[in-house]
Design a protein around this ligand. Structure first.
Ligand SMILES: *Cc1c(COP(=O)(O)O)cnc(C)c1O
Length: 364
């Protein structure tokens, strides 16, 4: 639980100092706490994860005529920023088990117009990031990680979103580290950090030398939200442990249930962002919607997740269908977890899933 009395007191104290158009003490403190904790040179707080990705692409100078490699196994928020900078998303398929990018497809889609690769750690699973960074290095490409769902996941001994060119995060309500709405970028590159800071707030502070002046944005994070983010960052270990415990409990309760096979994230320390299971039932998407209707929130049933290359608004960018991504999404039950879900609610999810799988499957 948040230390509510202390947070209330801190918020009251902050509100008493407002309005103050030049205030940024909370944002500045949050940035240095994030940078310290994650072991990077720069953290830049922004107003959302979408804003973080948009700002990262701008900082790298990506724009019209450029292509960016993005997984098909992702949500619209990873792709929209590519389009907002005027570049073209090129969808890359995943491995059949959905835990990494398909390197054959990745290499096949490399053209001289490709200027970045943007891996997305959907459901908190990072895949083998060192391999992706080596691949990108060989081709002289920056890596922008969409780590919005991967706060607390690690590959090797590195936290997700560190060790690539820029890592992007969201603090929307429901992410592991949340503050309502918000986001941040992490980078070790001074130049990209300076470019991100200037883009975040309509050119102030002024851009680094040699950086093309451009019309920017208001992507600032509000001070009260930064204060909430700091309170949650202070209890991040607890938030992460809670999420992992929830995913593990659901896995234990569903192990052995027919038609539901819990899956893990092989090869790295996983934050347990969502509980994941492979379901073998007829019409799995309809089944996920049915579960959502019965109070088991999940990616397909609640948020209508489809591969990015199948979204109607992205149809003009979809070249060849990414079949693995579609198959993975269709057979994955990804249960959405939050800080509020106590063991009783988790047990209720397991009970509903077990009962409904049995009822949904034709008897033999
Ligand atoms: C939440 C999320 C985003 C976008 O974050 P917002 O703060 O909602 O803009 C981007 N990518 C992924 C994978 C996300 O889960």
């Amino acid at each position: 639980m948040t230390d509510a009395p202390k947070l209330t007191e801190d918020l009251q104290r902050l509100l008493a100092t407002m309005p103050d158009p030049t205030a940024n003490a909370q944002v500045t403190a949050l940035e240095s706490e994030l940078a310290d904790r994650l072991g990077v040179r720069h953290a830049i707080a922004v107003s959302s994860g979408t804003a973080a990705l948009h700002t990262a692409l701008v900082a790298l100078g990506i724009g019209p005529g450029d292509e960016v490699l993005v997984p098909a196994l992702t949500v619209i928020m990873s792709v929209a920023p590519v389009i907002h900078v005027g570049a073209r998303p090129v969808f890359v398929d995943c491995t059949p088990d959905g835990t990494d990018v398909d390197y054959t497809d990745l290499t096949a889609k490399l053209t001289p117009a490709v200027k970045a690769v943007l891996p997305v750690h959907l459901w908190g699973r990072t895949g083998e990031l060192p391999r992706l960074r080596r691949w990108a290095d060989e081709h002289g490409l920056p890596v922008v990680e969409d780590a919005c769902q991967a706060q607390g996941s690690h590959t090797g001994d590195r936290p997700a979103g560190t060790g690539s060119t820029i890592g992007c995060f969201s603090m929307k309500d429901g992410k592991v580290l949340w503050c309502g709405e918000g986001g941040y970028l992490l980078t070790d590159h001074d130049r990209y950090a300076a470019a991100a800071r200037t883009y975040r707030s309509h050119g102030l502070p002024p851009p680094p030398p040699g950086y093309r002046p451009r019309v920017a944005h208001n992507y600032r994070l509000a001070e009260p939200l930064a204060l909430i983010a700091r309170a949650n960052l202070a209890r991040f270990d607890e938030l992460l442990a809670r999420r992992q415990q929830q995913a593990a409990l659901l896995r234990d309760l569903l192990t052995g249930a027919s038609g539901v096979q819990p899956v893990d994230a092989p090869g790295h320390r996983w934050n347990g962002y969502s509980f994941l299971a492979e379901i073998s039932v007829p019409q799995p998407r309809a089944f996920c919607e049915h579960l959502a209707g019965l109070g088991v929130p999940n990616s397909v049933g609640t948020f209508r997740l489809v591969p990015a290359d199948r979204r109607p608004e992205l149809a003009s960018f979809a070249a060849s269908p990414c079949g693995n991504a579609a198959a993975v999404i269709d057979r994955t039950l990804a249960v959405i977890l939050t800080d509020h879900d106590d063991d009783h609610r988790i047990a209720g999810y397991a009970h509903t899933i077990t009962r409904e799988v049995r009822a949904w499957c034709p008897r033999d």
